[in-house]
Design a protein around this ligand. Structure first.
Ligand SMILES: [Zn+2]
Length: 74
């Protein structure tokens, strides 16, 4: 099974829409759990990573590349 690729700041489409009717979510925090914010009503939800990967349909928009994440060993 292929692992889904997603990054902080991505807008993702979920299989099940939020109660407000929007199925687009923005990833605002990543860790053991994923915190995402509904694009429609701005409500944020915390879901376990496994559940998120299961419920996420696809990445709609990737976050713009930032300088963060480049670790330089010195
Ligand atoms: Zn919503």
């Amino acid at each position: 099974m292929e692992r889904k690729q997603f990054e902080l700041g991505d807008i993702v489409q979920m299989k099940k829409p939020h109660p407000c009717g929007t199925n687009e979510m923005e990833i605002i925090r990543m860790g053991m759990d994923i915190r995402m914010k509904c694009v429609g009503c701005k409500h944020s939800v915390l879901v376990p990573r496994a559940k998120f990967e299961k419920n996420m349909k696809k990445v709609l928009r990737s976050a713009p590349a930032s300088d963060e994440g480049t670790s330089e060993g010195n």
